[in-house]
Design a protein around this ligand. Structure first.
Ligand code: SF4
Ligand code: SF4
Length: 380
C-alpha cells in the first residue's frame, strides 16, 4: 500500500454536493467537467454509480502513488503535522483498497436540504433558503457568481437506493439540519444506528426537540461540529443572524446532553480572518471545545485572491505561538494567487452587503474599510 496517497474515502465514502452529484469527500471541488456521479444515477444504479471513470481513475492514481490536486489540503495538513482527513479515514474504515472498485459504503456525508435560518456571508442560496433574496441583489449588482439557485433535493430517495448496512459514520449537513422537517424521516432510514457515529454540522442556533434527541440517542455516538466563525463580533458579522453568546451557550447545552469530543469549527474569509489570532486564544482559554479552522478557498471571499500586502498583513497578524500558524502559512504558500478582478468584486460584495444588512466592516476589519473607501473613490 502506497501509504501517502491511498485514501479509503475513495473506496468507502460518498459526499453529496449541492448540485445533485456525489464526490469522495467534501474537499473535492465543484464539478466543472461533470465527472461526478449524479443523484439520478445513484438512484438508478445504487453503489455501481461510484465505479464511473472519474472515481475509478482517482482510485488508480492513489494505488499508483500519484498525488491528486484535489487532495492537496490533506497533504498540507500532513506536512504541517496535523492528522489529515485522509489519515483519519484510513484509521476508521475497514473497506479494502485491493481493487479499483468501490467497496462498502461506510461514510456518508449528506445535505439533508437547504432550509436554514442564517444568511452567512460566505454561503449562498444553494445551501441556505434565506440567501435567495441576497443572491438576487448581488446578481443585480453584477456579481453573477451569486446566481440564486433552487436545488431539488432527493436525499431520502438516495438513502433508499443504497445499502446502508455497513455505515459507520454519517456526517449530516444542511441548511441547518436541526431545523429540517426531513430529519426524523432521515434518521429512521438508518438500519443499524447502534453501529453509526453521527456527526452533525450545526450552526448552534437551536436545541432540537425531545423527539429528535431520543432518535439521536439510538446512535452509537453523537458528535457536533458547531459552526462558529471566531469570537463575538467576528462570528456575528460573518454569520448574519447568529449571536456568538447564544451559539456557544447552545453548544454547551448540547454537550451536556451528548457528552463527546465536540468541536467548534471556524471558517475564516477575507472578512473575519483578522479575528483568527484573538479567537484561537479565546477558545483555548475559555471553551471546553476543540477549535478547528478552515479558510475559504472557493469564492471571492477567499483571502487567497487578495493582494500581496493584504495576505502579508494576515500572516503577520498570527503570532508565532498560534497552533494554526504553520497550517495557515502552508495554505498561503500553496494557494495564494492575487486576482485583481476577483478582489474588486469582493470589495463590491462588501459594500453591497454592508448596505443590505446595515453593517460596517470597520467593526471587525478597519484595514479592509480603508481599502474599500479607496476603491469607492476610484470607481466613482
Ligand atoms: S486524500 Fe483527503 S481530499 Fe483526497 S479523498 Fe481523501 S480525504 Fe478527500
Ligand atoms: S448556517 Fe450553514 S447553510 Fe446556513 S447560511 Fe450559514 S453556512 Fe449557509
Amino acid at each position: 500500500m502506497t501509504s501517502n496517497t491511498i485514501c479509503k474515502f475513495a473506496w468507502s465514502g460518498v459526499t453529496s454536493t449541492m448540485v445533485n452529484t456525489f464526490r469522495p469527500c467534501c474537499r473535492f471541488p465543484f464539478d466543472e467537467n461533470n465527472q461526478y456521479p449524479t443523484t439520478d444515477q445513484v438512484i438508478l444504479y445504487g453503489k455501481q454509480a461510484f465505479n464511473n471513470n472519474f472515481l475509478t481513475d482517482l482510485r488508480k492514481d492513489m494505488l499508483e502513488g500519484n498525488k491528486r490536486r484535489e487532495c492537496e489540503k490533506c497533504y498540507i495538513e500532513e506536512q504541517s503535522g496535523i492528522v489529515s482527513m485522509r489519515q483519519k479515514g484510513n484509521q476508521s474504515f475497514i473497506s479494502t483498497t485491493d481493487t479499483l472498485e468501490f467497496d462498502k459504503l461506510e461514510f456518508l456525508e449528506i445535505n439533508i436540504d437547504n432550509l436554514c435560518n442564517l444568511e452567512c456571508r460566505m454561503c449562498n442560496s444553494r445551501f441556505s433558503t434565506k440567501l435567495t433574496v441576497r443572491d438576487q441583489l448581488l446578481n443585480d449588482h453584477g456579481l453573477d457568481e451569486f446566481l440564486p439557485s433552487k436545488v431539488n433535493y432527493k436525499t431520502i430517495e438516495v438513502m433508499a437506493a443504497l445499502d446502508l448496512s455497513d455505515l459507520k459514520m454519517i456526517k449530516l449537513l444542511g441548511g441547518e439540519p436541526l431545523i429540517s422537517p426531513n430529519l426524523t424521516q432521515f434518521l429512521d432510514r438508518i438500519p443499524f444506528p447502534q453501529n453509526v457515529d453521527l456527526l452533525i454540522i450545526t450552526n448552534a442556533t437551536v436545541i432540537p426537540s425531545s423527539k429528535i434527541i431520543e432518535q439521536f440517542k439510538k446512535f452509537k455516538s453523537v458528535r457536533f461540529d458547531f459552526s462558529i466563525d471566531g469570537i463575538f463580533e467576528y462570528n456575528n458579522y460573518q454569520r448574519v443572524g447568529s449571536d456568538f453568546d447564544n451559539c456557544h451557550s447552545n453548544a454547551n447545552k448540547l454537550a451536556e446532553i451528548f457528552p463527546n469530543d465536540h468541536t467548534v469549527h471556524s471558517v475564516y474569509s477575507s472578512l473575519n480572518i483578522f479575528g483568527l489570532e484573538k479567537s484561537t486564544v479565546w477558545f483555548l482559554e475559555n471553551s471546553p471545545f476543540k477549535n478547528s479552522i478552515d479558510v475559504v478557498s472557493n469564492n471571492i471571499l477567499s483571502p487567497f485572491i487578495s493582494p500581496k500586502w493584504y495576505a502579508d498583513a494576515i500572516l503577520e497578524s498570527i503570532s508565532p505561538s498560534n497552533p494554526n500558524k504553520d497550517y495557515i502559512h502552508h495554505l498561503f504558500e500553496n494557494f495564494h494567487n492575487y486576482q485583481e478582478s476577483k478582489w474588486h468584486k469582493f470589495l463590491k460584495f462588501v459594500s453591497v452587503t454592508d448596505n443590505w444588512y446595515n453593517t460596517n466592516i470597520e467593526t471587525i476589519n478597519p484595514m479592509l474599510k480603508k481599502e474599500l473607501d479607496k476603491f469607492k473613490v476610484n470607481v466613482s
